[in-house]
Ligand binder design. Structure first.
Ligand code: NAI
Length: 369
């Protein structure tokens, strides 16, 4: 029984994401919020013969424009169990995710403020870029309202994990001569969600649940041109889509798939009864708060592995275990101590980039209380 809100539901990501959520057995009510077009998107989706009831919501109009207008954000959020946010502007060719900050930070702040007021215990999933900075913005707003819980606020980095599996599978087939399907392959991806802050840990890649071996492993060995090219492709895969769309935006359909996959994992974990005999844990990579007081068990170990004192990072994407309370624990707090030397170098670059991105988000919240 979960009411799910999509904020930014009329957009390139929002529409296919809403379609996928309408198909989910975990969603009983789907509230679509955007500054435009949600009545139409909601009417369209509501004709699909699955259980979720669909409603469309718009922001409150000024009294001069329409004195009877309701606060659509409040209506959408009231009673919500999960809020997913693809609201904001996407990249155009030549832009970095960071270029989107000024517009998108304000949008995320407004939505997080609504969540704090009307759905303070909901899971909040941030897609709006730059995720490295917008998640600290959302967390900062919730903290100002006294309702922040690190287990419930997620930066959606799933698309990096999806791309890593797809691109690695293609290298394993082509160079390693191993016939694989993308969904045979899993690569932990840690760090953040932009360029060099994205760190795929290919030394830990698995194929059908087992560590990659044979010629495939050789193709992924440190020092090979294949490995360097693969890492670069995973880090900058988003640019391929921006370039191919030629001014028409960034990834929308693959992002809707990734966002749905992650939201569905959070919902499924919330629906699983807490029994010690429960099946394999539900896990996912996500960008979470790992700073002092984080309720995600194992966060302090991750933070310690990344640095110490003032230089330490407060947000990082790692594989976590999902449970009824959200991201209850880091799946393997020692993961970062077992990386290759090459990956350690990649991590150092990522940490530098992330530190600036996080500070930018935190300063925005401080300056705009
Ligand atoms: P889009 O422009 O097609 O859609 C954005 C939607 O947000 C529009 O319908 C717009 O009306 C709405 N919107 C704008 N201001 C709003 C507000 N104040 N409240 C509610 N809705 C508002 O953009 P697209 O392609 O759907 O991308 C959305 C965001 O997702 C971008 O910031 C993009 O960079 C990001 N993104 C994130 C990815 C990730 O892996 N986390 C991957 C791809 C994109």
């Amino acid at each position: 029984m979960t009411k799910v809100v999509v904020a930014g539901a009329a957009g390139g990501i929002g529409q296919p994401l809403s379609l996928l959520l309408k198909l989910s057995p975990y969603v009983t009510e789907l509230a679509l919020y955007d500054v435009v077009n949600t009545p139409g998107v909601a009417a369209d989706l509501s004709h699909i013969s699955t259980a979720a009831a669909v409603t469309g919501h718009l922001p409150k109009k000024s009294a001069a424009e329409d004195p009877t207008s309701e606060d659509g954000l409040k209506q959408a959020l009231t009673g919500a169990g999960l809020v997913i946010v693809p609201a904001g502007v996407p990249r155009k060719p030549g832009m970095t995710r960071d270029d989107l900050f000024n517009v998108n930070a304000g949008i995320v702040r407004t939505i997080a403020d609504g969540v704090a007021r009307h759905a303070p215990t909901a899971f909040l999933l941030i897609i709006s870029n730059p995720v490295n900075s917008t998640v600290p913005v959302a967390a900062g707003v919730l903290r100002q309202h006294g309702v922040f819980d690190a287990r419930r606020v997620f930066g959606v980095t799933t698309l990096d994990v999806v791309r890593a599996a797809t691109f690695t599978s293609s290298v394993l087939s082509r160079v390693g001569g191993q016939a694989t399907r993308p969904d045979d392959v899993a690569v932990p991806v840690v760090g953040g969600h932009s360029g060099e802050t994205i760190v795929p840990l290919l030394s830990q890649a698995t194929m059908r649940g087992a560590r990659v071996s044979g010629p495939g492993a050789q193709a992924l060995a440190p020092g090979t041109p294949e490995l360097a090219a693969l890492v670069k492709r995973i880090q900058f895969g988003g640019d391929e889509v921006v370039k191919a769309k030629n001014g028409g935006g960034s990834a929308t359909l693959s992002m809707a798939y990734a966002g749905y996959t992650f939201a569905e994992a959070v919902l499924r974990a919330a629906a699983v009864p807490q029994t010690p005999t429960a099946a394999a844990p539900i896990t996912a990579e996500t960008y979470v708060y790992i700073g002092p007081g984080s309720q995600v068990a194992g966060a302090a170990q991750v933070r310690a592995a990344l640095g110490s004192g003032d230089a330490a990072l407060d947000y990082f994407s790692v594989p976590v275990v999902l449970g009824p309370a959200g991201a209850t624990q880091v799946l393997d707090p020692t993961l970062l101590t077992r990386v290759s030397d090459y990956e350690r170098e990649l991590l150092q670059v990522a940490v530098k980039g992330l530190a600036g991105n996080i500070t930018k988000g935190l300063e925005f919240v401080e300056k705009n209380p």
